[in-house]
Design a protein around this ligand. Sequence first.
Ligand code: A3P
Length: 285
Amino acid sequence: MEVTETFAGMSLPGHLHTQESLRFASSFQFRDTDVVIATYPKSGTTWMQEILTLIRSKGDPEPAKTIPNWARAPWLEHTYFKDMLQETGEPRLITTHLPCQVLAPALRKSKAKVIYMARNPKDIAVSFYHFHKMAKFLPDPGSFEDFLVRFLDGTVQYGSWFDHVKGWLSLQAELGLFYITYEDMHKELGRSVEQLAGWLGCPLQPEQIRAIQQHCSFSSMRENEMVNYTLIPCEIMDHHQGRFMRKGTVGDWRDHFTPRQNMLFHKIYQEAMRDSSLCFRWLMD
Ligand code: A3P
């Protein structure tokens, strides 16, 4: 039976977060050497965690071989990672799904580097729907139609995608955040890795970039138990219901959305984003 926490106007899985862990996150003392990955769920967070680990090791897969991704880049708002975050040596990799209004005050006090990764919300809705079926800490999604309505309303767990992306990107200049999309990485992983590494002040040789591309390809990550979540017991993630590393494609929404759902999506998207100058060229892909 899933339990829900409410924080900053959004619902969150109570098995992963408590009021205490959420307050800990919102008053967290970032260090200048921290690198923070901020994403809405299903945007490619795990992919980014793995890439950043490998950028730091200059393409050497060794540090990623024995430690699962969640221990290398712990979730800030997660009940179980508080000690790990405080005890870990510098520089830390930190992951969060929290909206920017919760973290901005703490981030403004440091020079932590923030990476915001976005993904076509249509593909996120599909991926999130399938994830709800396997993740026992999330509510039963019902039909895709029902889930999509809640996703567009912003009443799913972790709140509105629209608010998340608009909020974080409104701070792009102020926080100097690095913005990248799942679709960019899918199209040109090597180039994305090179840009990220340059921005992090950790330039790489071409062979190091190739090693990262190989290690972080969908086919490699799908078989890698340090990132594919198969180490998580079935009571928490039911691996009989599907795989965390599900498809790893761009445009899977086409196999799920009816023409009517697509029209509804665009109508709500236009309304929700009309006060924003953000332009996602991939929305029509
Ligand atoms: P799909 O469900 O569409 O396959 P997150 O880590 O934020 O929860 O995102 C999970 C999504 O990222 C899943 O999408 C997963 O398959 C995809 N993903 C993870 N690693 C990937 C990789 N190396 N290449 C492409 N997609 C990847």
